[in-house]
Design a protein around this ligand. Structure first.
Ligand code: ZN
Length: 314
């Protein structure tokens, strides 16, 4: 009998990972509405936007406005994705401004990312892994000095569409460097949905041994329909922290077609049926997914949104 955790923590990444991949930019008003609704589902961690160059990702060009406008409960940790030193400058300027006004902090956490595959990293951020690490080490150090909690996300940790196999030792080495620079949490991204459950179980068991003081987070994409199977394998390996996207929004700009984070409502539904507590109200979350489907005007990948929650018991 494999033991499973009693509770799981979920970071909702739809407003960043999801919205940035929509061909049509979602109006700021709608983003604010959706983020505020998500923050009231019981979800305690929310990635709301990214400080990327507006000419590269125009969908998130309103990052500062979104952060200034959202009204979320105090106990919800708001995080932003910071790609590089320049992004951090912009994020810190906003933090400074919010502090000056004496209100709530603009955000609580930053997430940085790089790829464990040289080719994917080059295509995604136009840097070598070593160049990325050197920059992110500075970013993490400065963010920590500002009292921000930091997560380092390692993309293509389970395989790369260009290079195929990604050596797990390289992933571990990158994780150790990010941790040494200040990241308290490491996210392992299956960016293009290449992971399988057996591999996930084996790799997390291996990484856990090398990263005792770090919170390990799994970030699965459902590109090939194996997302929730991979969640189960991660749970069995002792992982208690996941990232997912309401409505199964999201994807990865490189390569094209790499779509869909696992849907938060599918994840919450499965965990609820398994008796694992997430703190998230599934019905409230489904209302958010239904609303974004209405705003986008197209069917979404989420299964629970279509079928409804399991509300009966044998
Ligand atoms: Zn993702």
């Amino acid at each position: 009998m494999v033991s499973l955790p009693a509770t799981v923590s979920i970071r909702e990444v739809g407003p960043r990972d999801g919205f940035q991949n929509e061909p049509e930019t979602i109006p700021t008003d709608r983003k604010v509405e959706l983020i505020e609704a998500l923050a009231r589902t019981g979800c305690k961690r929310l990635e709301v936007t990214s400080f990327v160059r507006p000419d590269v990702i125009p969908q998130l060009a309103d990052a500062a406005e979104v952060l200034a406008r959202i009204d979320v409960p105090e106990d919800v940790a708001v995080s932003v994705l910071v790609p590089n030193e320049r992004g951090l400058e912009n994020a810190l300027a906003l933090l400074e401004e919010a502090r000056g006004q004496g209100g709530r902090k603009a955000f609580d956490e930053i997430n940085v990312f790089l790829s464990a595959s040289e080719t994917h990293n080059q295509k995604n951020v136009n840097r070598s892994i070593e160049q990325s690490l050197a920059g992110l080490e500075i970013v993490l150090k400065r963010a920590c000095e500002q009292g921000l909690r930091c997560e380092g996300v390692i993309s293509t940790a389970f395989g790369c569409p260009y290079e195929g196999h990604v050596p797990p030792e390289r992933v571990l080495e990158i994780a150790r460097r990010l941790h040494a620079a200040g990241a308290r949490e490491i996210g392992f991204g299956d960016t293009t949905g290449m992971a399988n459950p057996r591999q996930v179980g084996e790799l997390f068991a291996q990484w856990k041994d090398g990263l005792e003081e770090v919170q390990l987070t799994a970030h699965f994409h459902n590109t090939r329909g194996q997302g929730l199977a991979n969640v189960l394998a991660a749970l069995q390996a002792g992982v208690q922290s996941f990232e997912s996207s309401f409505g199964e929004l999201g994807g990865c700009p490189v390569p094209p077609g790499a779509t869909g984070n696992i849907a938060t409502e599918d994840l919450v539904s499965m965990l609820r049926e398994m008796g694992i507590e997430t703190g998230i109200d599934l019905e409230a979350l489904l209302a958010c997914a239904g609303r974004v489907r209405e705003i986008l005007g197209r069917p979404l990948g989420s299964h629970t949104l279509v079928a409804g929650p399991v509300d009966w018991r044998i």
